[in-house]
Design a protein around this ligand. Structure first.
Ligand code: GAP
Length: 472
C-alpha cells in the first residue's frame, strides 16, 4: 500500500506526468542502450538517483573533458582544484547553507504526505489526482495542512564515530565552497593576479523534495563551476562576458540556439548569496527549465569565511598597495542536465528508415546526432560477415590499431544494415567495414553517420583520416 501510494505521488507530483512522448523515448533509449539506469534497480530503484551505464559514463566524461578544455586548459588565469565532498562543519554555517538552503514544506493532515509550500500556493497540483483547487492535497483531497516548516536540503552526516552535535557536517550541495576556502592558497601558489578563476567539477548532493523528469532533478549530481574573482568595479562587465561565454559553450557542444534562452532572476528569487543571477534555460520536453546559471556573488562568501575562520581573505593589490575583497562571478552548470539536454537535442527519428539495405525496415530509425567529439563510441568496426575467419581477423586487427587512439566498438552480430542502425542510435560518428576487397587492398569502407557516405580508406591512413575528421 505504501509503495502504491508513493508511486501514485511519484506520478502525481510532476515526474511521470510531464514525460511526454519524447521524454519517454529518451528514458527508454537511455536504458536500452546503456546510457542511464535507475540506481539499485534490482531493489526497485531509488527515487532521483541514477547510474550512468557504459555509454552514459563515456558521454559524461567527454562532456567534462570538453568543459575542462574550454575553461581550464583554454584560460591561462583559471586553475582546477578537486576539493573534498565533506568539509569542516563551520563552512556550512559561514556559507549560510545551514540556515538558508531550505525549502518550506507543508504536511497534509489527512494522509501526512509532504509538499513544497510554494507549489501548493501556486496551485501546481490543480487537476492532478484529487486536487481541484490550490492548497488541496492531490493524494487524498484534504485541504488542511500544517503550517510551513523549513526543510534543509543538505544531507547530514557525522565526522567520526561519535554521532553528536559538534560532529555534524553535510555532503556538499555545491562545489563552490572549497573554491572559497582555498582562495588564498590557489592565488598564492599559482601567483595569480586578479582577475583569476578557480574551477571545479564534482559530485554534489541535495535532498530534493520535488524530484523527477528523469535525471533533471536528482539527489546526487555533478556541478561544473568557476569562481571568477574580480575587482568589484569590473563585476558587471565580467558578468556579461561570462553569460556569453557560458552560452557559447552550450552552442559549441551542439545544442540548438532555438532551444536556449536566458532568464533574469527577479530580486526576490535570488539565492541568499547572489546580487544578480541569469539562468540559461533549455527547452526540455516538459518546458523551459534551468540548465545553468551565472551569479554575481559579490563579496558575500569571502567575507563570511573570513569572519567564520578568522583568516584575512582579502586580496592585496600590488599596484595600488591596497587590500580589498574581490567580487565573485560564478558560472555554474549541472553535468547531468547538460547530458540530458544533449540527448534530447540530438535525438532524431527517421520515419521509414534511412538505409536501403535489405535489412532496412519500415520502422522509424533512431539517430543520435551528438557532436562527433562527445559521442561515447567514436568508431565502430565490423567484418562484413562473421563466418569468414579472415574478415574477422582483419577487423580485429583494425580494431586493435584504432583502439590506441579512439573509443572503438567491434561488432559482428547481425546484418550490416542492422549494425549501422545500432551505431546510429547511440550516435557513433564513424563505422568501418572490412570486406573481401580489404584483404586484397588493405583498405576498408569508412561510413559517416550523418551523410551515410562511404569512402575507401587504406588501413595505414585510418588513424590520420579519422583524426582529421574529429578535429575538423
Ligand atoms: N554554486 C551555485 C550553485 O550550486 P545552483 O543553480 O543551485 O547553483 C548549479 O546549481 C547547477 O546544478 C544548476 O544550474 C543545475 O544545472 C544543476 N542542478 C541543481 N540542482 C540539481 C538537481 N537536483 N539535479 C540535477 N542538477 C541540478
Amino acid at each position: 500500500m505504501i509503495c502504491q501510494l508513493l508511486v501514485y505521488i511519484y506520478f502525481k507530483s510532476g515526474k511521470v506526468i510531464f514525460m511526454d512522448g519524447l521524454m519517454q523515448k529518451i528514458v527508454s533509449l537511455a536504458k536500452r542502450r546503456g546510457f542511464i539506469f535507475p540506481s539499485s534497480e534490482i531493489y526497485g530503484g531509488v527515487e532521483a538517483l541514477w547510474d550512468y551505464g557504459p555509454l552514459g559514463a563515456l558521454l559524461k566524461n567527454n562532456v567534462k573533458k570538453e568543459w575542462l578544455k574550454t575553461f581550464v586548459q583554454g584560460m591561462d588565469n583559471v586553475a582546477l582544484i578537486d576539493g573534498s565532498v565533506l568539509m569542516h562543519p563551520k563552512v556550512w554555517k559561514a556559507s549560510g547553507h545551514e540556515e538558508n538552503f531550505t525549502d518550506a514544506l507543508v504536511e497534509c493532515k489527512g494522509c501526512h504526505l509532504r509538499f513544497r509550500a510554494d507549489y501548493m500556493e501556486e496551485g501546481r497540483f490543480v487537476g492532478e489526482g484529487k486536487a481541484k483547487a490550490k492548497n488541496q492535497c492531490p493524494a487524498c483531497g484534504k485541504k488542511e495542512f500544517t503550517s510551513p516548516k523549513n526543510f534543509n536540503l543538505m544531507f547530514k552526516t557525522y565526522l567520526g564515530p561519535v554521532e553528536d552535535e559538534k560532529n555534524i557536517t553535510y555532503l556538499r550541495p555545491e562545489t563552490a565552497q572549497s573554491m572559497f576556502t582555498n582562495f588564498k592558497l590557489v592565488q598564492e601558489t599559482m601567483r595569480f593576479k586578479i582577475p583569476f578563476g578557480i574551477a571545479q567539477v564534482g559530485k554534489s548532493f541535495r535532498n530534493e523534495i520535488t524530484t523527477g523528469n528523469f535525471t533533471f532533478r536528482s539527489r546526487e549530481f555533478e556541478i561544473a563551476e568557476v569562481e571568477y574573482f574580480v575587482n568589484p568595479k569590473d563585476a558587471d562587465k565580467e558578468f556579461d562576458i561570462w553569460v556569453n561565454k557560458w552560452e557559447q559553450f552550450f552552442l559549441d557542444m551542439g545544442l540548438k540556439k532555438a532551444n536556449l534562452r536566458r532568464y533574469e532572476h527577479p530580486k526576490k528569487s535570488l539565492a541568499h548569496y547572489s546580487k544578480r543571477t541569469v539562468d540559461i534555460e533549455y527547452k526540455f520536453p516538459f518546458g523551459w527549465a534551468e540548465l545553468a546559471g551565472i551569479a554575481n556573488r559579490g563579496d558575500f562568501d569571502l567575507k563570511q569565511h573570513a569572519k567564520g575562520s578568522g583568516e584575512d581573505l582579502q586580496y592585496f593589490d600590488e599596484a595600488t598597495k591596497k587590500k580589498y575583497y574581490p567580487y565573485v562571478i560564478e558560472p555554474t552548470l549541472g553535468i547531468e542536465r547538460l547530458v540530458l539536454a544533449l540527448l534530447i537535442d540530438a535525438y532524431e527519428e527517421v520515419q521509414g528508415g534511412r538505409t536501403t539495405t535489405t535489412e532496412s525496415t519500415k520502422e522509424a530509425e533512431i539517430m543520435l546526432k551528438l557532436k562527433k567529439n562527445i559521442a561515447p563510441i567514436q568508431v565502430a568496426v565490423f567484418p562484413l560477415v562473421k563466418n569468414k575467419p579472415e574478415l574477422v581477423k582483419k577487423a580485429r586487427e583494425v580494431t586493435d590499431i584504432l583502439q590506441e587512439h579512439f573509443e572503438v566498438q567491434y561488432d559482428e552480430a547481425g546484418a550490416i544494415g542492422r549494425r549501422y542502425r545500432r551505431q546510429d542510435e547511440i550516435g557513433t560518428p564513424y563505422a568501418i567495414t572490412v570486406d573481401v576487397e580489404s584483404l586484397e587492398n588493405n583498405d576498408v569502407t569508412l561510413r559517416d553517420r550523418d551523410t551515410m557516405k562511404q569512402e575507401r580508406v587504406l588501413v595505414s591512413d585510418l588513424v590520420e583520416t579519422l583524426s582529421v575528421k574529429f578535429n575538423a
